[in-house]
Design a protein around this ligand. Structure first.
Ligand SMILES: [Ca+2]
Ligand SMILES: [Ca+2]
Ligand SMILES: [Ca+2]
Ligand SMILES: [Ca+2]
Length: 460
């Protein structure tokens, strides 16, 4: 009997190692930024790391909303032979709240299978399934195949055609795409993390270097009929999340009969119970929340939480943003960002803006989109500053690919909506994506090929 505790200790020790391995995932890659590598644990698990979420009314199909969620930060298109792919051990979720209570009414859940290797390359297609969970009721609504990653003209010729062929229909309406894309996010991360440095003053004067130019992401894109969502006041709240399975080993006391010297007697014994519950390891609604509003020691907790936790546990970080204090410390007497009572920041992220996309008094961090506001005529044609620039079809009313959320966030945190004129001069000098977006679903550009290897340059 004395051996059992030792065995259990050994098992728990092994389990702890396995849990650590499961939750941490594969080796880290070099990159940064919107929600790319923003928290300690998730930066060690890139295939589960949500980088950006977009939600906008589709300019070319106005009766639909497009929701795009990206994972795997800063994919170098030339990084073979193990090219990037969705994790087969993760659940990828797109969550939609349709009644403003901060809880998802509709979840689109994606599971991916492994890809068969092509000789020594791993860049063939990945099959996937889509489950739609409506108020807790799950139904399979289809699935498809990712296109391969864009390796180069000899391996993946006619890439645009390969990618287009990967768009498929969902049962009950809507379209879906999953696979590698050019990262639509843009920004001068190198300057920003150098203590909010600027290459040219004032910050919005251009001259920034787009860290993300030439890099890809793995993307899940949905296009859904607006009528199907039945959203209260036509406003939805959107976020994406990733789950992984944890290996849990517990010792449970059980009353049972055991044989002692030939006789059955009642004893309490320890029994090992092994389970594999799903746990959320990453989430993302609005851009830059975990990145700049939540302090580092709380970022992992934030990734495990729900939108309602933002009101309950993190509310002060919205009302007293650490970025405002940082701006004032780095540029004393210049910007004078208001540091307290930031009801404007709270409204943008937690309740929605009055007369635009407010969903009531429940404080929950979601990307809110008022679907009754008409989209711009074409993809990429909106004012990059969105609502701050007088264009209500853009961030923080949903988020379009062209919305310059770094400039908007810097201006907003510095007090643009509170009448601070200096705030309007802030920006990182990168005003748009390095390549044009597509005018049809799934909208983000085809990824650069590994053969092109043009990181930081324009496509030829
Ligand atoms: Ca992230
Ligand atoms: Ca709800
Ligand atoms: Ca890009
Ligand atoms: Ca910018």
């Amino acid at each position: 009997m004395r051996k059992i505790p030792l065995l259990l200790v050994a098992l728990v020790a092994v389990a702890a190692v396995v849990v650590a391995a499961l939750v941490r995932g594969p080796a880290p890659t070099a990159s940064t930024a919107s929600s790319h590598r923003e928290a300690p644990l998730i930066s060690e698990d890139p295939t589960a790391d949500n980088t950006d979420v977009y939600a906008f009314r589709s300019p070319d199909r106005r009766d639909t909303v497009s929701i795009i969620s990206n994972w795997i930060p800063a994919e170098d298109p030339a990084a073979g032979p193990m090219y990037y792919q969705f994790s087969t051990g993760a659940r990828y979720n797109i969550n939609i709240d349709t009644n403003g209570d901060g809880r998802a009414n509709i979840v689109y859940r994606f599971r991916f299978r492994g890809s068969a290797p092509l000789a020594f390359l791993r860049t063939t297609v990945q099959p996937y399934s889509v489950t739609r969970i409506t108020n807790g009721r799950a139904e399979n609504v289809g699935g498809g195949m990712t296109p391969p990653n864009n390796v180069g003209p000899r391996t993946t010729p006619n890439y645009a055609q390969l990618a287009r062929a990967a768009v498929t229909s969902l049962a009950g309406g809507g379209s879906v795409f999953a696979g590698q894309r050019d990262d639509a996010f843009f920004g001068d991360i190198g300057a920003i993390f150098d203590s909010l440095n600027f290459r040219r003053f004032p910050g919005n004067a251009g001259g920034g270097k787009d860290f993300f130019a030439g890099y890809g992401v793995h993307s899940i894109a949905l296009q859904l009929p607006i009528a199907q969502l039945q959203a209260r006041n036509n406003i939805i709240g959107v976020w994406s999340s990733t789950d992984r399975q944890r290996l849990q080993v517990r010792n449970v006391k059980v009353r049972t009969r055991v044989r002692v010297r030939g006789r059955l007697v009642r004893r309490t014994v320890l029994r090992r119970v092994i389970s594999n519950p799903w746990v959320q390891v990453s989430r993302l609604g609005n851009p830059l929340v975990n990145e700049v509003l939540i302090p580092t020691e709380r970022k992992d907790e934030w990734n495990r939480g729900t939108p309602l936790d933002d009101g309950r546990k993190f509310g002060n970080f919205y009302r007293e943003p650490i970025l405002a204090a940082l701006i004032n410390r780095l540029y004393p007497g210049v910007v004078n960002a208001p540091e307290r009572n930031r009801d404007d920041i709270e409204a943008i992220f937690l309740t929605g803006l009055p007369n635009l996309n407010n969903t009531g008094t429940t404080r929950a961090e979601m990307l809110r989109l008022n679907l009754s506001i008409a989209p711009t005529a074409a993809v990429g044609a909106g004012n990059r500053l969105g609502v701050v620039g007088g264009d209500n079809a853009g961030f923080p009313n949903g988020r379009r690919l062209e919305d310059d959320v770094i400039d908007i966030a810097e201006k907003a945190v510095a007090g643009a909506l509170k009448g601070n004129a200096v705030a309007l001069l802030l920006g990182d000098g990168v005003n748009g994506n390095d390549v044009p977006f597509q005018q049809t679903f799934p909208y983000q550009a085809d990824p650069f090929s590994g053969f092109e290897n043009t990181k930081g340059q324009q496509k030829p």
